[in-house]
Design a protein around this ligand. Sequence first.
Ligand code: NAD
Length: 293
Amino acid sequence: MRGAQIVDFKKEQLLSDVYRISGAGCRSFFVIDKNVYGLYIDLFSELEDGEYYIYDSDEENKNIYNVMPIYDALLKGGYQRSDVLVAIGGGIVGDISGFAASTYMRGIRLIHVPTTLLAMIDSSIGSIDRDFFDILEQSSKLNPTEQRREVAKQISLAQSLKRAVVDGDLLDKGARRALNFGHTIGHALESLSFGTDLIKGHGSAVAIGMCEMMRLSHSEKLSSLADLERLERVVSSFSLPTSIDISNQELFETMRKDKKRAAGLNHLVICPEIGTYEILSLDDRELQKFLNG
Ligand SMILES: NC(=O)c1ccc[n+]([C@@H]2O[C@H](COP(=O)([O-])OP(=O)(O)OC[C@H]3O[C@@H](n4cnc5c(N)ncnc54)[C@H](O)[C@@H]3O)[C@@H](O)[C@H]2O)c1
C-alpha cells in the first residue's frame, strides 16, 4: 500500500470528498461493508457497476479467498497503480482492503473511511499514553450521555496519537510496539473464542489482554497494584471485561502462534507505570513461567 490516509468527511459529500482526496486523473474503487451499503444506499447511487465491491463483514470471511474478488474486479476494471482503493466499513473491511491495496500491482493508494468506533480509533485506544489514559479516566466518571459525547471528542485525539507513533516508527521496531499493549493476549483470546460468544469483539479481548498483562507484570513485581486497580476501574467503567476463565496452557499454545513472534520469542508489552512501556522478549520457557505468574 502506498500512502494510507484516514480522512474526515461529511457523509453527504462522501464521494466528492473521496474523489478530491484521490486527486485529478485517478480512479477510485470502493470496497463497501454490506450493512453500511444497505443503510446508506443513496450515498452510493452514483457508483457504476464495476466501481465497487460489497463486502460481507464476518470474521469467517476475513481470509485470502475473499480478497480474490477484489483483485478480479480491479483487473477487470483496468485499475492501475496510480488509482485508489477506498475502504468504507469497520475493521474487517479496513484489514481486507489494506491487504488488497498493499498487494495489487505491488501496492496502490488506500483511503480508509472508517464506520465503526473501533475502525476510527483502531488500536490507538490501547496506547498507554498517560494524558490519554487520564482523559479516559475522567470520562468514566461522567454519566453515559456525557461519556459518549466525551469519548466521541477523543476519537480525533486517539487518531492523532496513533498517527504520531506510527509515523515515527514506520518499521514497527521501536515506540510503535507500545500500541500492542494487551494485544498479544487479546489476539490469543480472539482465536480461542472464535465461533463462540465468550468474548464480544476485539475491544473486549484487548481490554482483558491489558488487564491480564498488568496482573502478570504486577505478580512479577514489574508494576504496582495501584496501577492495576486503576486500569481495571477504567476498563470496567466502560462496561468492558477485565478477565476471562481460560487456562494458561491454552493461552500459551495460542500465543506461540502470534503473528509478531520472531525467532522463537514473543515480544510482550508491559506497562511498568501508566504512561510508560517496556518490551519483554520471552522464549517458550520464560513465557510459560510468566503466564503461570
Ligand atoms: N489492522 C488493525 O490494526 C486492527 C486493529 C483492531 C482491529 N482490527 C480488526 O478489526 C475487526 C473488527 O472491526 P470492527 O469492530 O470495526 O467490526 P467489523 O468490521 O467486523 O464490523 C462489525 C459489524 O458492524 C457493521 N457495521 C460497520 N459499520 C457500520 C455502521 N456505520 N452502521 C451499522 N453497522 C455497521 C458491519 O457490517 C459488521 O456487521 C477485527 O477483524 C479485528 O481483527 C484490526
